[in-house]
Design a protein around this ligand. Structure first.
Ligand code: NI
Length: 170
């Protein structure tokens, strides 16, 4: 396996819609394995292929909830409920976090590593994370839809709470 270099804004790969993969072969599995390795190394919870400049509809999520790493291959949202404002951040946008409105109950369709089409249900942070990664496949970043954005606190800061609020341009 290999660790990819993660693209950061304003890399154009991050705002370019990705293409569906025609099926699941060794090339797709290799990208998924490398995405998972890169995600672990970056200590993130989700990573989409466009974030490593591969414009294919592939992503991995692992929200540390005991459900393990999920591979998303040509994922589609079938149903979303329980829309809430919640925390959001992105490995491609270092130093900024925010709040977005996202569904915390979703039903999706994806291909599996053996090429079967399956439906999955996800809730809570895993649902938010899957929707964040699916946005990446359409070239959409959380900062495009955030209701509030915050500058992350410097690591040495001892104060509690969020860093300063960033004014969003209308
Ligand atoms: Ni992201």
């Amino acid at each position: 396996m290999a660790i990819y270099r993660i693209a950061t804004v304003p890399d154009p790969a991050l705002t370019t819609p990705a293409r569906s993969v025609p099926g699941v072969g060794p090339g797709v599995l290799r990208v998924l394995d490398n995405l998972a390795e890169t995600l672990r190394s970056a200590r993130g919870i989700g990573l989409a292929a466009p974030q490593v400049r591969i414009l294919k509809r592939l992503a991995v999520v692992d929200t540390d909830d005991g459900l393990g790493t999920w591979d998303l291959i040509n994922p589609e949202l079938l149903e979303g409920r329980d829309e809430r404002i919640g925390w959001d951040a992105c490995l491609s946008i270092p130093g900024i976090s925010g709040e977005t409105l996202r569904c915390e109950w979703i039903r999706i369709r994806t291909l599996t590593r053996t090429g079967e089409s399956v439906e999955m249900i996800a809730t809570g942070l895993r649902a938010r994370c899957i929707l964040h990664e699916m946005d990446h496949l359409d070239g959409i970043l959380f900062t495009d839809k955030a209701v509030r954005l915050f500058k992350d606190k410097p690591k040495e800061s001892e104060s509690d709470g969020e860093g300063p609020l960033i004014e969003k341009q209308p």
